[in-house]
Design a protein around this ligand. Structure first.
Ligand code: CP
Ligand code: NVA
Length: 307
């Protein structure tokens, strides 16, 4: 059996493969918007395993699979044997014999890697503590759609150096752009955990106002990610000066975009005037999860298509 391709972290795919995926995303989105039926995954099944909560990821994968003619099955830790100690390797053997593709949202990256090593079908990372590759796939597609190529541009990341930040940093290496990162002391980027080849594509700024200067895109995320709830009170104190507000956005380029993977906490990591303001493309960004992941599902199940 040929080993399947997986999307476990952003740099699992090459720049050329992303260019292909973005072209397919554009095509699939246009067809969908004009109500053209496109069912390349008829009789194919996606299994979605969630060990953490989700709105967008579940909905976009489930709706996306149905729109491609296939079906999606939702499993969570609470209602499956996964929560009762069945080894992840055994679960992978069984689940991948009954499906064509698997998406997993879980805690440690190691769990999804162990699953993938024992899977007969492609595995997609739907968020781990370390990475959120599907989010940045949609985010970069959104940037290109709004502003053209992201290569050579400057992205400002304000807040926690979490899974979404790590994935932006990997994407910067793949596409050749720069990330200005500003985190409170003690929350700085860990290049090894971020899975980076080097430190050339990002710069850390103690002052968030400096980080956003001249940025083409300003982005942030919750101060407390899923799995870190015990640190919430401490984080609320540590991050209070890292809110993206209108004053901060003024430091960026006049036509800078604002993105947030959502869910957002207005008044914490972002002010309402920014997320609901003229720079924000968060709803387009959320919608593009659907279109970009349909291209990803098509690519991982069928390979490259010409239609
Ligand atoms: N952005 C994102 O992944 O959202 P959900 O947690 O709702 O899936
Ligand atoms: N960093 C957030 C992203 C949620 C989509 C988390 O991991 O909870």
């Amino acid at each position: 059996m040929v080993a399947p391709r997986h999307f476990l972290q952003f740099n699992d795919f090459s720049r050329e493969e992303f260019d292909y995926l973005f072209e397919r995303t554009r095509r699939i989105k246009t067809q969908f918007k004009s109500y053209q039926q496109y069912w390349p995954l008829t009789d194919r099944t996606l299994v979605m395993i969630f060990e953490k909560a989700s709105t967008r990821t579940r909905l976009s994968f489930e709706a996306g699979m149905q729109q491609l003619g296939g079906s999606a099955i939702y499993l969570n830790t609470r209602d499956s044997q996964l929560g009762r100690g069945e080894p992840v390797e055994d679960a992978a053997q069984v689940i991948s014999r009954m499906s064509d593709i698997v998406m997993i949202r879980t805690f440690d990256q190691e769990i999804i890697e162990r699953f993938a090593s024992n899977s007969r079908v492609p595995v997609i990372n739907g968020l781990t503590n370390e990475y959120h590759p599907c989010q940045i796939l949609a985010d970069i597609y959104t940037f290109i759609e709004q502003r053209g190529s992201i290569s050579g541009k400057t992205v400002a990341w304000i807040g926690d150096s979490n899974n979404v930040c790590n994935t932006w940093l990997q994407a910067a290496e793949v596409f050749g752009f720069n990330v200005h990162v500003s985190t409170p002391p003690g929350y700085e980027v860990e290049p090894e955990r971020a899975g980076l080849y080097g430190t050339d594509h990002y710069e850390e700024f103690p002052d968030p106002m400096e980080a956003v200067k001249g940025a083409d895109l300003v982005t942030t995320d919750v101060w407390t990610s899923m799995g870190f709830e015990a640190e919430n009170d401490e984080r609320l104190r540590d991050f209070e000066d890292w809110q993206v507000d209108a004053e901060m956005m003024k430091q960026a380029r006049p036509n800078a975009l604002f993105m947030h993977c959502l869910p957002a906490h207005r008044g914490e990591e972002v002010a309402a005037e920014v997320i609901d303001g003229p720079h924000s493309v968060v709803w387009e960004e959320a919608e593009n999860r659907l279109h970009a992941q349909k291209a990803l599902l098509e690519f991982l199940v069928l390979g490259r298509v010409n239609d």
